[in-house]
Ligand binder design. Structure first.
Ligand SMILES: Cc1cc2nc3c(=O)[nH]c(=O)nc-3n(C[C@H](O)[C@H](O)[C@H](O)COP(=O)(O)O)c2cc1C
Length: 170
């Protein structure tokens, strides 16, 4: 899968099938976060890998818009350091890299946006000075159940040529 194919086929996955993921693939996902670029190369992130199934079940309590966390093979809690000015942008780039690399290995994921962050931090023993950016679940999924249609604005609504106003359609 080339990068464009990966980006254009990527879809959020909210239903997972059972199946362990090898440590080799898990580490590829982790590495694609760690190797991401960041402003001033400040790398304002840390990654908590959760493989324990009991913990994934428990984390459902904190991931209030991502109950599917309970079904996945592993999850990564993405922590960012708010002292760094660009922490949210940097962290989001790391997250997207991890999701794309996971996808290229056949793993689904979905950004979990609504999280009881302070309670999750307490549960995982995260130091006060770090924030939870998101929790990314990863797991295999039934490809027949994924919506492949992209519900996106049309090119002529969002592309402009040589200044604002001249629309580009495909
Ligand atoms: C910042 C952000 C927060 C999101 N939060 C949630 C969430 O809490 N729960 C969920 O099921 N999906 C969440 N999503 C997934 C989006 O709903 C999804 O990316 C969007 O509808 C487009 O669908 P697609 O990813 O399948 O192309 C989130 C995505 C982003 C980028």
């Amino acid at each position: 899968m080339n990068v464009y194919e990966c980006v254009s086929s990527l879809s959020s996955v909210r239903n997972y099938t059972e199946g362990e993921v090898s440590d080799e693939i898990i580490m590829k996902v982790m590495e694609s976060g760690r190797l991401s670029p960041s402003a001033h190369n400040s790398q304002p992130w840390e990654f908590v890998l959760i493989k324990d199934h009991g913990m994934l079940q428990e984390m459902r309590k904190y991931c209030t818009s991502g109950s599917f966390i309970a079904q996945v093979a592993f999850a990564v809690v993405l922590l960012v350091d708010p002292k760094s000015k660009w922490h949210q942008i940097d962290g989001t780039r790391a997250a997207q890299n991890m999701v794309l690399v996971g996808w290229s290995y056949g793993l689904g994921s979905c950004w979990i946006g609504r999280i009881e962050k302070e309670e999750l931090k307490k549960y995982l023993g995260v130091p006060d000075e770090l924030d939870v950016l998101t929790v990314l679940p990863f797991g295999y999924f039934d490809k027949r159940r994924v919506i492949t249609e992209k519900f996106r604005k049309n090119p002529d609504e969002v592309f402009h040529l040589n200044g604002y106003g001249t629309r580009i359609s495909r």
